[in-house]
Design a protein around this ligand. Structure first.
Ligand SMILES: Nc1nc2c(ncn2[C@@H]2O[C@H](COP(=O)(O)OP(=O)(O)O)[C@@H](O)[C@H]2O)c(=O)[nH]1
Ligand SMILES: [Mg+2]
Length: 450
């Protein structure tokens, strides 16, 4: 990150939601902010001591509690103040306005966390984890965010160290090759460097593999409901999401566009897409709907192919294609069956799951079946920025390995290792020339005040 564009001026923001509450929090950080806030307080702030105080705004005074922290021992790494007035927006607006008139700027989205990042309090992976923690809707997302925030996925840090050591060893050999005895050079390289490159490749490979699993935790497991018209796809969406999200009628072709719904099962988020029934049709709108259904099936993590005893299954090539990619085949409208609760194997016969969406039978079994389809492999990366860094680091490590086998030019090995090192540094946001747009995109996810 280029520090030349970094601002450290004092900023202020309401850190709690805008609205009525028992207590609100106003955060201030940056240059001389303690003195600037003190100018409006009855008693000067004492470091680390949460005390009652009085804030003299332009047109009123407010009894509140307040605390200050001194750089570098604060969230942002700068001098900071936190004010806890009543959660009344006339009060909060008045305090912010008074502070702005006193020379403190209103903060941008995520600016507090961005300062924590720039001041080395948090790395970029931690900032992203924090954004995921704040966005978390499920316990699984929360746990996963906390694991990443706490740096529990050690492989990434270990990879960074391994590549750094490999790179510095190669550079040392390049630099001192005249002084090394013949044979000594080769031995040193094979012992130190090759082993470390292999180790880095193994770890990065595992991380790349875990990407989809991590992404699914945060974004939800995407499931598409596919099948002929009238088999009850929309009814299944409603049953799974316990809602009336999709229109259900006995008329074939009711669902034309895709309809999305969500539910949480055993702490995990599922996103269901209901689609238009696939059939032979001349209706231009229905045709578009079918194209969308196929697209939804293509983009989903899993496809449920739905049929029914009364299904008018057209013998279409596309339908058999979809049947081939189906992860679960469901026979709906099996109204006479008994509900087997959690035990989806009891609801299955010949790999087909029997349910009745209308009467809520074997819906839990279907949920279990979908749960078991979720990937188990999860590592420390879960978004595209991170995946991109890992893939680049991996390919650079692989070419370093290839080049080292050829043993022609150590400079080429060093260059590949340098690329790998830069990509891993970028993952943590530690590289000097980081793309500012990429960095800003991370912080724009936060609310003002975080
Ligand atoms: N008997 C019975 N009828 C169902 C069941 N599921 C859906 N239906 C009915 O089948 C018709 C078509 O349902 P819908 O969900 O709109 O089907 P879609 O075209 O596949 O989305 C409606 O009249 C539903 O009430 C079921 O499990 N049992
Ligand atoms: Mg429908």
């Amino acid at each position: 990150m280029n520090n030349s564009t970094f601002k450290s001026d004092a900023i202020v923001a309401l850190a709690t939601p805008y609205g009525k509450s028992a207590i609100a929090a106003i955060r201030i950080t940056g240059k001389d902010c303690i003195e600037k806030v003190n100018a409006y307080l009855k008693r000067p702030l004492r470091v680390g001591e949460l005390k009652t105080n009085v804030f003299y705004a332009h047109n009123f005074s407010e009894n509140l509690t307040a605390v200050c922290f001194v750089a570098p021992r604060s969230y942002t790494g700068e001098d900071s103040v936190e004010l806890y007035p009543h959660g009344n927006m006339t009060v909060c607006d008045g305090i912010v306005k008074t502070l702005v008139d006193g020379g403190i700027r209103v903060a941008e989205r995520g600016e507090f966390t961005k300062r924590a990042f720039i001041n080395g309090k948090l790395d970029l992976l931690q900032c992203e984890a924090l954004a995921d923690i704040i966005d978390a809707q499920t316990e699984e997302q929360l746990k996963y965010g906390n694991l990443r925030f706490d740096g529990k996925f050690k492989a990434l840090e270990e990879t960074e160290n391994a590549i750094r050591t490999a790179l510095s060893t190669v550079e040392a050999v390049l630099h001192y090759s005249d002084e090394l005895e013949s044979g000594e050079e080769e031995q040193r390289l094979s012992e130190d460097v090759y082993g470390m490159i292999d180790d880095a490749i193994e770890k990065l490979d595992k991380e790349a593999e875990g990407y989809v699993g991590g992404k699914i935790i945060n974004d939800g497991f995407k499931v598409a409901l596919i099948g002929a018209p009238n088999v009850g796809k929309s009814t299944i969406l409603n049953a799974l999401t316990d809602s009336d999200r999709a229109i259900v009628t006995p008329i074939a072709g009711t669902t034309r566009d895709t309809v999305d719904g969500e539910y949480v099962f055993m702490g995990k988020k599922f996103c269901i897409t209901d689609t238009a029934g696939i059939t032979k049709t001349d209706d231009p709108v229905e045709k578009i709907g079918i194209a969308r259904a196929e697209k939804a099936a293509e983009h989903a993590d899993a496809v449920i192919y739905v049929t029914a005893p009364d299904a008018d299954v057209p013998n279409l090539a596309m339908l058999s294609n979809i049947k081939n990619i189906a992860d679960v085949i469901v026979v709906n409208k099996s109204d006479g069956i008994s509900d087997v609760g959690n035990n989806y194997t009891a609801a299955e016969k010949d790999g087909v799951l029997y349910i009745s969406a209308k009467f809520g039978k074997n819906i839990t079994a279907l949920k279990h079946r979908l749960y078991d389809l979720c990937p188990n492999a999860v590592g420390g990366i879960c978004n595209h920025r991170q995946y991109d860094c890992v893939v680049r680091a991996l390919s650079a490590c692989r070419s370093a390995k290839e080049e080292s086998k050829k043993a022609q030019s150590l400079e080429i090995v060093a260059a590949a290792l340098y690329d790998a090192y830069s990509a891993v540094r970028e993952l943590f946001g530690r590289n000097e020339q980081a793309d500012e747009c990429v960095i800003n995109a991370v912080f724009e996810r936060f609310c003002v005040g975080k």
